[in-house]
Design a protein around this ligand. Structure first.
Ligand code: F6P
Length: 366
């Protein structure tokens, strides 16, 4: 059996667990007579032919490291920024570099946008396998993405810590949590941290209802409240007007949209201001931002990334191309990339987490 050659890249926002996944693919592939090269800085490294060899020395000592040893970017091969030229379609360079390296397959680790880019390259003839990574947990077709568990733990710890200061000062604290247009991270951390109000994009909120929930606690002698708010949360009016104000980019790639609210007035700052007006209770904002993506992966994410990575190596040897390695019910399964690309897994309104939260008295502002 001839030796195989595989390229691997990490694209979109980084997250804890990427290095564990690179290690899983690399170590398992090397043991199956397959050499792996890692392209630097996402798809940009592929079109510019910048890579490193992922031999055993590069794969050692990275299981617990945060970020990605390969670097990442949100660049798309079909619309690569090129200075004064604007953007250029660099797909022919990606194809040429793949062929010149005699690659059997390209492994892409990423979220929503990465899956769209991977499909575009699949349509140019490349053999592709993907793996779902993102703290947002919004990749369609998999129960969970690696990075989510770690980010949820970080956000939960933040809510835990905010409790004591909110209580001491009798304040309302609105904590803004990432997650793009999906509420998984806020919902999970909000429930685990015991937030009093949870606002997610899937359930548009009414600011008066949020104020009511806060005042209700205040009348009951609980002189502080924690509001866990998704960066993509929207009021019922905003939901009716459409999602334009929430910063969807023109290509709707969840790997690269940055909510416009962060530049002008964040959703959490706006809410805190309104809550102060409506309740007369002092309100503060904590935006967790990129802290949620920093640092090493949790044990659960290390396990998941290793399981997905080593299964990916098996798929490479079996020439099972055009699929994402997903996890369902604890088992890895192949899901066609063309089914994943362009879809987003949002929180279903009948999700058991929502039911449990409501039963312990959490308000969703609806
Ligand atoms: O997709 C991961 C994510 O952290 C989102 O939750 C967030 O909206 C976005 O990336 C932030 O992007 P950037 O790191 O480019 O500011």
């Amino acid at each position: 059996m001839a030796q195989r050659f595989v390229g691997l890249l990490t694209a979109g926002g980084d997250c804890p667990g990427l290095n564990a996944a690179i290690r899983g693919v690399g170590k398992a592939a090397n043991s199956l007579d397959t050499q792996v090269i890692g392209y630097l800085d996402g798809f940009r490294g592929l079109v510019e032919n910048r890579f490193i060899r992922l031999d055993s020395s590069r794969l050692s000592g990275i299981l617990t490291l945060g970020g990605t040893i390969l670097g990442t970017s949100r660049d798309k091969p079909h619309r690569m920024p090129a200075g004064e030229l604007g953007t250029v379609d660099m797909r022919p360079f990606a194809v040429a570099n793949y062929e010149n390296q005699h690659l059997d397959c390209l492994v892409c680790l990423g979220g929503g946008g990465t899956h769209k880019n991977a499909l575009r390259l699949m349509n140019e003839g490349l053999n592709i396998i993907t793996m779902p990574k993102t703290i947002d947990n919004d990749v369609w077709g998999t129960d969970v993405s690696f990075g989510f568990d770690t980010a949820m733990a970080i956000a939960t710890e933040a809510i835990d810590r905010l409790h004591s200061t909110a209580e001491s000062h009798h304040r309302v604290i609105v904590v803004e949590i990432m997650g793009h247009n999906a509420g998984w991270l806020t919902l999970g951390a909000g429930i685990a941290g015991g937030a009093d109000v949870i606002l997610i994009p899937e359930i548009p909120y009414d600011v008066e209802k949020v104020a009511e929930a806060v005042l209700h606690r205040s009348y009951a002698g609980k002189r502080f409240s924690i509001v866990a708010m998704s960066e993509g949360a929207m009021t019922t009016e905003e939901a009716l007007r459409g999602t334009l104000e929430h910063g969807k980019d023109d290509d709707d790639d969840s790997d690269d949209a940055i909510p416009v609210g962060h530049v002008i007035e964040s959703v959490s700052m706006r809410l805190a201001r309104r809550l102060e007006e409506l309740t007369r209770l002092e309100s503060r904002v904590t935006s967790l931002g990129h802290l949620q993506r920093g640092g090493g992966p949790s044990p659960t994410d290390r396990l998941l990334a290793t399981q997905l990575g080593t299964t990916c190596a098996r798929y490479i040897v079996e020439e099972r191309y055009g699929v994402m390695v997903a996890i369902r019910g604890g088992h890895c399964v192949p899901v066609p990339v063309d089914q994943v690309a362009g879809k987003r897994k949002v929180v279903p309104l009948d999700h058991p987490w929502i039911e449990s939260a409501r039963l312990v008295g959490t308000s969703f502002g609806d």
